[in-house]
Ligand binder design. Structure first.
Ligand SMILES: NC(=O)c1ccc[n+]([C@@H]2O[C@H](COP(=O)([O-])OP(=O)(O)OC[C@H]3O[C@@H](n4cnc5c(N)ncnc54)[C@H](OP(=O)(O)O)[C@@H]3O)[C@@H](O)[C@H]2O)c1
Length: 266
């Protein structure tokens, strides 16, 4: 396609491996040009070359550490000013597995900076631009641990619960506009995540682990259906619907203004 009819641009964070690299490939095959973000420039460069060759995509790489204020600022600038950006995939994320009491303050701060602060800042940077064009989408990659806390993953669960709730609030703020937010909740997925988390992938039953390709294909199928929350590994959708209905009913039941009788002295 010539520059007279430029392709839409997708910005994918954490594109140097795993789920993000598959998103980049699938989006290139769907006709997007790409901006790829992660720290490992060599990986981004190799992926960019492959996607340009295989799909004719224009692929820019922006090596960046998304825990660095300056580096986030560079990505914010692109999101706010490139008029072709129509999709942001907030995928970069990490989490150390281990008891909170043993976690270093540096590791804790880095996980919050990446999973929460960077995702929030990039979302805020792109939103005004998407709203001015009344079109586009943000895909936020959370985790099934957004709805379930496990010991040894407390902080990680907390950051992913933030991603889920932040996304769901945004969906309501954006209702009636042409801008969409999808939040994706992967369960165990075969990526390098486990190399960095401190627990080997081999410690898990392979039967409960999905490939990154299946995960992204299912998530994009959910996106195409207009889903707001996508849990690719959940076969029985009624379970999610019951959970979400219970959450809504529980919230409604909090709006009483009075303490429940179990908290009143006899
Ligand atoms: N794998 C799972 O079982 C699983 C389950 C649920 C949710 N998730 C979520 O899925 C997302 C993708 O993870 P993955 O499984 O594909 O793991 P992965 O292969 O380790 O990919 C993580 C990506 O994030 C990037 N990243 C990490 N720290 C960064 C930083 N400081 N600045 C910029 N980029 C950074 C990494 O690139 P560089 O190292 O090159 O910077 C890499 O591209 C994460 O949000 C993760 O929480 C994964």
């Amino acid at each position: 396609m010539s520059d007279i009819f430029p392709k839409p641009v997708a910005v994918v964070t954490g594109a140097s491996s795993g789920i993000g690299a598959v998103y980049a490939e699938r989006l290139a095959s769907r006709g997007f040009d790409l901006v790829l973000v992660a720290r490992r420039a060599d990986r981004l460069k190799a992926l960019a070359a492959r996607l340009s060759r295989d799909f004719g995509a224009k692929v820019d790489i922006l090596p960046a550490d998304l825990t660095s204020d300056d580096d986030i600022g560079r990505i914010e600038e692109v999101l706010a000013t490139n008029p072709l950006v129509s999709l942001l995939v907030n995928n970069a994320g990490n989490g150390k597995i281990g008891a909170t009491v043993d976690m270093s303050s540096e590791d804790a701060a880095a996980t919050i900076a990446l999973n929460v602060t960077a995702l929030t800042r990039l979302t805020k940077a792109v939103l005004p631009a998407l709203l001015s064009r009344n079109a586009g989408a943000i895909i936020n990659v959370a985790s099934v641990l957004a709805v379930h806390a496990l010991p040894m993953a407390s902080l990680y669960s907390g950051t992913k619960a933030f991603v889920l709730n932040f996304s769901r609030g945004l969906q309501q703020e954006l209702a009636g506009t042409g801008v969409r937010v999808q939040v994706v909740l992967p369960a165990g997925t075969a990526t390098e995540f486990y190399d960095h988390s401190g627990v080997s992938l081999s410690a898990f039953d392979p039967a409960i682990i999905m490939s990154a390709e299946d995960l992204v294909d299912a998530a994009l199928a959910g996106f195409d259906k207009g889903e707001t929350v996508t849990m690719p590994s959940v076969h029985n959708l009624a379970l999610w619907e019951a959970y979400d209905a219970a959450r809504t009913n529980l919230f409604a039941s909090t709006q009483t203004g009075t303490p429940a009788s179990r908290y009143r002295s006899a």
